[in-house]
Structure formats: C-alpha cells, structure tokens
Ligand binder design. Sequence first.
Ligand code: NAP
Ligand code: SF4
Length: 671
Amino acid sequence: MTHPTYPHLLEPLTLGAGPDALTLRNRVVMGSMHTGLEDHPWDIDKLSEFFAERARGGVGLIITGGYAPTKRGWLKPFASEMTNRLHAMRHQRVTGAVHEAGGAIALQVLHAGRYGYHPLSQSASDKKSPITPFKPHAMSSKEVDHTATAFAKSVSLARKAGYDAVEIMGSEGYLINQFLAARTNDRDDQWGGSAARRMHFPVEVVRRSRELVGDDFPIVYRISLLDLVEGGQTWEETAELALHLEAAGVTVFNTGIGWHEARVPTIITQVPRGAWRSYTARLKQVVEVPVCASNRINTPELAEDIIASGDADLVSMARPLLADPAFVAKAMDERADEINTCIACNQACLDHVFSNERASCLVNPRACHETELVLTPTMRKQTVAVVGAGPAGLAAATSAAERGFAVTLFEASPELGGQFRLAMAVPGKEDFADTLRYFTRRLEVLGVDVRLSTRATPDDLAVFDQVVVATGVEPRMPEIPGIDHPSVASYADVLSGRVVPGKRVAVIGAGGIGVDVSVFLTHEPEDLDDWMAHWGVGDPALHEGGLTEAKPRTPAREVTLIQRKTTPIGIGLGKTSGWAHRAVLKQSKVTMVSGATYDRIDDQGVHVIVDGTPRVVACDTVVVCAGQDSVRGLYDVLDHRSAHLIGGADVAAELDAKRAIKQGTEVVAGL
Ligand code: NAP
Ligand code: SF4
C-alpha cells in the first residue's frame, strides 16, 4: 500500500535481476560510515548488533564501513579488510544478524590509497596528500592490475559472506579518485596519461567484479559528482565515467561530494540541507540505472522531496541513522516528530573516527555501544526528579522515563534547552532546534511531569527516591578591571537577543563559543547560491573539480577575537569541522589576537598587552566568552546518597552537549 506521507521514499525498489536480484523494502540507504568497530575481529558482535538495530528500525539497505581489498589499501595499520575466506566466514555473523532483523546489507570495498595512515600506503603517484603524513608508493602497472583484481576478489568474498550487495568506493578522494584526477595521476602507462586512460582503473575494478559475481549480484558504485579540489574531474569526465561504469556492470550509483582534502565543507551543519541534490539530478540525466542522493539529508520530508521531484531514486543517510536507528520506522508510523535528528555536528562520529576512537553520536550515545549502554526496564518503580532541562537533564529525564521510572523534570526558566538553546541562534547551527523538538516530544510521549518556571527546593525533592541534578552552568565573568563597564555583555546576553551589540565588537575568549559568537556577529543571511559562491563552488562543466574563485563576504560587524593562549585561534575545535569554522572567520575578516594579557576595559574598548606592547581593541561592545562556572548550590545542600550530579553542574570545564547527554544517559542506565 502506498504510504500517505512518504509515498516515494517508502516505495520498494528492486536492484538487479535474476536469482540475486535484491528487493529493498524502501528507498532509504544507510550510507557507509566507518565506526571503528570494523577494525577488530573481537568487535564483530557489537558491529552486528549496531547494524541489526538499524535493520529492525526499517532501513532499506545498510552499507558497511570501508573494507580494504589489500593490506596496502588499509585506512590505518591493521584496519578492516576483506581479503580471505576467514574474513568472509566471520562476516556471516553480521549478515546473519541483519537478515534475521529483516534487513539487507552491502559491504563497502574501499582502498584508501594515499589517505592510508600508514607507511605502506600506495597511490597512482607518489604525491603526498595534504591531510596525511605518509608519502605513498607510486604503484607499478602490475600492482595496479593486481589491485583491480583484488577489488573483484573482495566483492566475491562479500557475496560468500552473505552480503546482499557491494559498494565500490569511488569518491571522497580515495584510491579510485586518485586514479581519476590529473591532480594525483601523472602516469604515462595504460592507467593514466589522458582522461580516458585515467578511467581505466575503476572500469576494470567493476568489470572484473562483475565477471566474478555473475550478472545479477547488485554492485553499487559510489561516484564523486564534485571533487572540490584543484585538478579534479570535469563534469564531462564524470558523465563519461558513469556511462563506462554502467556498461561494465554497475547496478546503482551512490554519490559523493568532495575529497577529504577539499576545503569546502560538504556535510557539517553550516552546509544547507539538500545542498548537493542538483548534482545527483544531473547524473540521473546521464545514466539508466538508479541513482542515490547523499550528503546533508537528515529528514524524511527532504528525502521524500528529493525522490518525488525526480532528483534521485534512493537517498543515503549515514549519520541520521546513527542518531536514530528507528528513523524509517518512525516515518512509516507517521511519528517523524519523534525522530532524533542528526544535527551534522560530527562531534561524536567523524571526530572520533579521525581521532582513532570508536564512533558514537552526540544526540544518541548508544550508537555503536548498543550492547554496552542498555536502558533496561526497571524492576523497582521508583520516583525520579531531574533538576535542570539542559541537554544533560533532558537525556536523564527521557532515559529514566524510558526505563519505567516515574519522572518529574524541574526547570527554573520558562523553556527547555539550557545552553543548547543559545547554540541554535548561531548561523549554521539551526538544526540544533531539532534536538530540542525531539526531547520535547519525547517527554510528552513518555509522560514526564515537566514543571517549567519552577525552581526546585530541597523540600520539593525530599519526596523523590532519586534526584538527578543537572543545574548546568553560568557564563564566567573574568576579573578584568572594568568588566562591569556598560559595554560588556556575556555570550548568553548576545545569543539570546537580550543585548544587541554595536558595529565594532571585541570578543574575549576564543573557545568554541567565542568562535560561534564571532560568526553570529559577522554573518549576513545567505541563500544556497550565496553559500556556494562564498565557498567558491562553481559549475563542474566549466571549472575542474567544481572549484572557482570564492566571492568575498561582507561582514555585518567589525569583530576582534582575543585569547590569552599563543596557539592559533580555534585550534581546539572539532577535528573535522574546526577548519571550516576557522575559514569562515577568515572570510568574515575577523581580526585575531593571540597571546594577549587583559589590562582593563573602558570607554575606548579593551586594553591588552601583546608581546609586551600595550594596545587598545577599540569597540562599542565587549562580548565575554570566557567559559563557564558550574551551578551547584542545590546539590551542595542535598542528601548525596540519592542525588546524582551530571553535566555542567558536575564539571563546567570543556562542557559540551556530547558529554552532557552521554552522562545523563549513563547515570540513569546505572540506577
Ligand atoms: P572554552 O572552550 O573553555 O573556551 C573559553 C575560552 O575563554 C578559553 O579557551 C580561554 O582561552 C578563555 N578564558 C577562560 N578563562 C578566562 C579568564 N578568566 N579570562 C579570560 N579568558 C578566559 O569554553 P567555551 O567557548 O565556552 O565552550 C564551552 C564548550 O562548548 C567547550 O567544550 C566547547 O568545545 C564546546 N563548544 C564547541 C563548539 C565547536 O566545536 N564548534 C562550539 C561551541 C561550544 P584563553 O585562556 O586562551 O584566553
Ligand atoms: Fe549527527 Fe552529530 Fe550524531 Fe554525528 S555526532 S551522527 S553529526 S548528531
């Protein structure tokens, strides 16, 4: 029966034909994402449960993280590979778990090429990538030939392991891209020398794979639609490649945007939702087989619209399925307002992976920890009071209610959200509003007694069996002479709109919030075309790799961002998003002052000493972003045997929503 709200997204689709044909129950693909669980054989059951939970949640097709076809193709030393029968046998646990849960799963075969973080890395040439320290070995013609065969062998092993399909990773700048682009391929043998010969390697990979697995086994190829690097492919080359690959046996095209070394953000929050759909639509005009859209798609409404408008046949979402394993089931049951939406922050997923930690999710700390962080139904129906409705308190209250406790949530202000509400005001962080929508709805569905504008007293709390104190933080006001000058405001005053800063602003403190406030102060509203222009994204039919000269921004204010440290400003920001935030500051002409000692604040502005020289940062407004102090007066007077302190009230330093939500969930799991 056709679904009334998502008729296109939830419609089945058959890939391939014959006995190996795969009928997907809907068009939602969980895109490939490395979690770190792939790299250790002893984690195979955790990986199986991670996927099985998503299969139970209704997703059409799951694609695993990348598995190398050879050791030299590893992402890092001893990383995941699919190179022998033992691997295939072990993976039967994964495929079995997914099939038992009613799902379908494809293995991704990925050769890291020069992105391999190890000394054995190899590539089309010996050109080192700007994001890895290892210079790759330039492959001989024979090595290229062997590697194409190794890809095919991995594909065939995947089939033996019970996978329903494979995905060949041909985007994001990995080995296949390194062969396709003149940027990295300066060979003069049969694998390079002209655009046509640079295509030879991926076409051989697909041709040999098809030969080994027969006509019907679905082969997904992830094609790079836009390289976003100098010396990347042109649209003409991409279209020609797609046709060759289709002829060689590709069943479906998945799509990718930007190499990892590209300096244009492609998936973080500040990228407009659905920004890249027009490129998928363009590929759909070229090929006959189905095409899958990806990158910055995180709601069923947008996914439905992309398919309904004919821009794609399927939609891939990786991080949104980390955030909510039941994404599809909720859409199907008309409960989209209960979806825990991915806010594209990268803080617990990609930032973890790039720091060699297991991935998880800021808004769902159970992600990749399904067998370890379990909210079991309680045997003793106790009463639980949660004080404070910031991220920590919201996570604690909803987790406790989920376990079956009778929960009352006290919040002194008239609204839920705490500091998280402030983050929503930052341009490019609008998606954070979805987390508050999720928690608000979840509290409603779980029947939590929410008492807003209510400051809980020890007497109020005395009647509860358990008390969770999540009273949060307050902005720190440093002891600088003149800090009480009328021009001084806290970041909370500014982001909440209580204070409207003047044209020239000095920002004290360049942590995550100082950077966010600087973006808030300088940002002019922009539509998708402006956004593309500011990042220098051009038409790949006219510009190699889709890169052109960036259009300068006109900042709304003149901002100076000051810190005492001498390290570069913003160096402590997220691994996979910090560079983009720093680039926006540069585009917005924010002046950075490091190594400052604060002398005083007066009518002239902020007086600082830098390298022994006094100077004045002239301004109309000073915004203080100097961290936070814990608010724990209530906790100090409670009976600590039944009180649990969490979030910023526990430790204010380096507080972020990731730690707050995780701690709120863990404390309740242990009650
Ligand atoms: P923060 O990262 O701790 O930064 C506050 C900055 O203020 C410090 O880096 C410090 O720099 C300065 N400072 C501290 N005490 C001071 C004092 N007494 N006088 C003058 N300056 C002082 O805190 P935040 O910016 O408030 O962020 C809070 C949390 O939210 C952090 O964990 C952060 O990672 C997270 N967050 C992250 C992002 C993001 O990644 N995009 C965005 C927002 C928030 P100096 O000592 O060098 O001056
Ligand atoms: Fe999405 Fe952030 Fe969770 Fe990653 S950590 S899945 S980006 S919400």
